[in-house]
Ligand binder design. Structure first.
Ligand code: TXA
Ligand code: MG
Length: 318
């Protein structure tokens, strides 16, 4: 049920049940982060593997050191600069954070989201909210309440309505090694913007079969319809798939005009912010059109364009 009733959402969460919440990035599937039974419901509903940790959402910067310890200076600097906002910090966890949240790791992902409805909700609760994106494992993240309803319907006690998500792509995730910040996941704050505050970002080396941040799984964020990602949509690629029912997704305005294809544009005037905001909703729409194939043109590879291309590459992965 989609509702704007924050009080009712509080009650459901206090009863250790699930509520989908709006954030500035994507909708989250939230539960009381301190209650293992509640958190388990998230894993079950999403069909998410237990090795994939959840991030916790807090309502105030001051709460950061309730859940994390040995916090590097640069983590405080980033939190002060970007919170509330689309930045997740992966930090050493305190014992009170249940192991089910962190998938047994000794680190926990924490962020303070920037959405008035969810901030108000968090202020009324006496626990943080564990919340992954509110989509089944591997599929496209939801940026409207209706996307969440289409995925989970009556299996979810409540979806808190907060309008379409402002940013449209998940938070940027930063971890630390000896106080040095590392980029775990590209996201709604560009790498360049973060580096202006804390200097160069290191990269994560994958050392085991389970990736450090499983959001970095090769295939993810994927429509059911096959996707092809290309630098440029031209006659060559279209001829290759002649006879198929095809959707074309352009990053910016195009003079290409052929009624044989469904054409979608992420941002008519080529704004990366607007393209990011529209990305998932456009993929949801194309995926609902019973097409044989979606052909997508890459975004320019700088700033938020890198985050958009990161998601598109995972969507197109076979
Ligand atoms: O914008 C967002 O971050 C959204 C909204 C709802 O806040 N949430 C989100 O959660 O994208 P999720 O679970 O879909 O993606 C979080 C990613 C996962 O890939 C997970 O593996 C990684 O964060 N992560 C969580 N805790 C971690 C940890 N301790 N170490 C490494 N990666 C972690
Ligand atoms: Mg997700």
């Amino acid at each position: 049920m989609i509702s704007t009733n924050i009080q009712a959402a509080c009650q459901i969460l206090n009863n250790n049940d699930l509520v989908a919440i709006p954030t500035e990035t994507v909708y989250g599937l939230a539960a009381n982060a301190l209650n293992e039974k509640a958190v388990l419901k998230i894993f079950t509903l999403k069909k998410r593997p237990a090795y994939n940790p959840l991030i916790i959402h807090i309502g105030a910067i001051e709460d950061l050191d309730k859940w994390a310890k040995n916090i590097p200076e640069k983590a405080y600097l980033l939190a002060k600069t970007f919170w509330p906002g689309p930045l997740t910090l992966v930090l050493e966890k305190k014992a009170m954070v249940p192991n089910i949240i962190t998938a047994g790791k000794n680190t926990v992902g924490i962020r303070m989201p920037n959405h008035p409805v969810t901030l108000s909700l968090l202020k009324q609760l006496n626990f943080p909210l564990a919340a992954p994106s509110a989509n089944p494992f591997m599929s496209i993240s939801p940026t409207t309440a209706v996307h969440v309803e289409d995925y989970f319907g009556h299996k979810l006690p409540m979806i808190l309505e907060g309008g379409p998500c402002e940013k449209g792509i998940e938070s940027t995730i930063i971890g630390f090694e000896n106080g040095t910040p590392l980029l775990y996941r590209l996201g709604s704050i560009s790498e360049e913007t973060i580096e202006k505050i804390c200097g160069p970002l290191g990269r994560v080396k994958t050392i085991s079969k389970t990736p450090v941040a499983p959001g970095m799984l090769a295939k993810h964020y994927a429509p059911k319809t096959p996707v092809i990602l290309t630098e440029k949509i031209g006659t060559h690629i279209l001829d290759t798939y002649k006879g198929k029912k095809i959707g074309l997704l352009f990053y910016e305005n195009t003079t290409y005009n052929n009624t044989a294809y469904t054409i979608e544009i992420l941002s008519k005037n080529g704004s990366l912010e607007e393209a990011a905001k529209n990305l998932y909703a456009t993929l949801h729409r194309l995926d609902g059109m019973k097409l044989d194939l979606i052909i997508i043109q890459k975004s320019p590879n700088h700033g938020l364009g890198k985050s958009i291309n990161d998601r598109l590459e995972r969507a197109a992965k076979k």
